[in-house]
Design a protein around this ligand. Structure first.
Ligand SMILES: Cc1ncc(COP(=O)(O)O)c(C=O)c1O
Length: 399
């Protein structure tokens, strides 16, 4: 039968993401392609106990019933408490519980975007956000960026030129680059976006995974108007499988997002929300995250060492203070990392080609590397394989 799918499916092939997941499932591959938190950091025992307690309490039936779209109030309160740490102040009417940060991006789009609208993004940015913008038939336009973050002059020029609906940013330990915007940079973005009345979607799943450097307030904190919607997520600090996060912002925007969420999933799983709320109420979140940081730090350091030892000298890369990713470019080389990926996989090592993170598909000579869920020993082995591979490719390209 010939199916007649919606126009919006025309540009949605999901190829890059499917490819990534395929790579992750082959056991012999050392994969730097993923984005998973460390398996060792998942609090299996504590969550098992909490589940038992919740389901043996007299109120258990409530957790197996439908709940409200806005969220389970104890979790709303826990989100309000946890985001304060990054200078994000909110009342209950400013918070919507969401099924992970991913849903926050989707609901923002569902609330704001018509077909043909423009969303500004940093170039490069989170791949799955680009896919969501695409699914709403919107156009993502990349703003130039350097090691400090997006170029403010280019941001302002593109606001004037494209009249975007909002700008989407990952200002702390960005996926894919690992970069963090400075305080001054956040203030500048807050100034320019307020001046032009432009909403900002601040996606912040990684801020708590800081293993070096000084804590920095969220961009939301510096907003000069109530134009920033802040997305928090429990995925990287508790469990991605629970699918729990929070959107914080202007009450009118949050109400619109809640209306959109009704049509998407009615509400986030009541049981998952109660588990996350109880984990926070017992005071387990902060110490568990703190205890996991040395593991992330030593894996990042192992990757830095591997880059130094094995990668070609042309490889210019970030050295993040937190999060899950290192980003690199083969400076001055015309390598096409997308085309080379299959051959790297034949050597049992995987990365992600950087071009998939660019709104305009550029960045052919860039890659994203993930260190969070690979042991130090495997990082060394994988970086050696990757370094040997790229050295050979560069010398072939020279001849
Ligand atoms: C920048 C960014 N936003 C959102 C997500 C989705 O996370 P969640 O599990 O909270 O939906 C990810 C996951 O990798 C991410 O890197």
């Amino acid at each position: 039968m010939k199916f007649c799918f919606a126009d919006r499916m025309a540009n949605m092939n999901g190829t890059a993401t499917r490819e990534i997941f395929k790579l992750l499932s082959r056991p012999e591959i050392i994969s730097f392609a993923g984005g998973l938190p460390a398996t060792e950091a998942l609090p299996v025992k504590a969550l098992g106990e909490i589940c038992n307690e919740l389901l043996s309490s007299p109120a258990a039936y409530k957790l197996l019933q439908y709940g409200t779209t806005e969220g389970y109030p104890p979790l709303t309160d826990a989100i309000i408490e946890t985001v304060k740490e990054f200078g994000v102040n909110a009342e209950r009417e400013n918070v919507l519980v969401i099924s992970g940060g991913q849903q926050g991006i989707d609901l923002m789009c569902k609330s704001f975007l018509n077909a043909g609208d423009v969303v500004l993004v940093e170039n490069p940015t989170y791949l799955a956000a680009l896919q969501i913008f695409n699914s709403y038939q919107a156009k993502a336009v990349g703003v130039r960026a350097d090691e400090n973050g997006i170029d403010i002059a280019d941001l302002e020029a593109k606001i004037k030129l494209h009249k975007p609906k909002f700008v989407y940013l990952v200002p702390t330990f960005s996926n894919p680059t690992g970069k963090t915007y400075s305080e001054q940079h956040r203030k500048e973005i807050a100034r320019v976006t307020a001046k032009h009345g432009l909403p900002v979607l601040e996606d912040d799943p990684y801020a708590r995974l800081r293993f070096s450097g000084e804590k920095i307030n969220a961009l939301y904190h510096y907003a000069q108007d109530d134009n920033v919607v802040y997305l928090a997520s429990f995925s990287k600090i508790l469990s991605p499988g629970l699918r729990v996060g929070g959107a914080v912002g202007n009450a009118e925007i949050i109400r619109k997002m809640a209306i959109c969420k009704q049509g998407t999933d009615l509400h986030t799983s009541s049981l998952a929300q109660a588990i996350a709320a109880e984990y926070c109420r017992k005071g387990l979140l902060k110490p568990a995250v703190k205890a996991s940081l040395p593991l992330y730090a030593s894996r990042k350091n192992a990757m830095m060492l591997g880059i130094e030892r094995y990668m070609p000298s042309e490889f210019v890369h970030t050295n993040p203070d937190g999060g899950l990713f290192v980003w690199g470019e083969f400076a001055g080389r015309k390598l096409d990392t997308a085309k080379l990926l299959n051959r790297a996989v034949e050597r049992n090592v995987a990365y992600i080609q950087g071009s998939v993170f660019y709104a305009d598909g550029s960045g052919q000579n860039t890659i994203r590397l993930n260190y969070s869920n690979v042991s130090e020993e495997k990082i060394d082995e994988g970086m050696k394989a990757l370094g040997d591979f790229f050295k050979e490719e560069i010398s072939k390209a020279k001849n």
